[in-house]
Ligand binder design. Structure first.
Ligand code: SF4
Length: 110
């Protein structure tokens, strides 16, 4: 299994990174150590989400993690598994919109 990336929010210098609450917290809270037991993972993720809940850049962080997409860790209050669900829903919704009656008629008319 590949090593999790270093959290961008700690390493990059972007418009929202400077405001990230997690810059002052342990990175270990947001990324799983190898072979972490399920109960420990759930507890750690909930603790990370509590940090995210009081973070002023949660929306920007979440958008970043979905756009990349970031494969590991808690970003913007979402775990990697939760982000996969959100992305799958977004892809499904996008496909539905493309197949909807009248889709593309604006482009064809324009
Ligand atoms: S939302 Fe969470 S992961 Fe994102 S910058 Fe804030 S504390 Fe860090």
């Amino acid at each position: 299994m590949p090593e999790p990336r270093v959290p961008a929010r700690a390493a990059e210098d972007g418009p929202w990174h400077a405001e990230a609450v997690c810059r002052r917290d342990e990175a270990g809270l947001f990324f799983a150590p190898s072979k972490e037991p399920t109960a420990a993972r759930l507890s750690r993720e909930e603790a990370a989400k509590r940090v995210c809940a009081r973070c002023p850049v949660m929306v920007a962080c979440r958008e970043h993690a979905l756009l990349q997409p970031e494969p590991y860790g808690v970003w913007g209050g979402l775990t990697a598994a939760e982000r996969r669900v959100v992305l799958a829903r977004m892809r499904r919704r996008s496909a539905e919109l493309r197949q909807a009656p009248g889709a593309g008629s604006i482009a064809a008319a324009g």
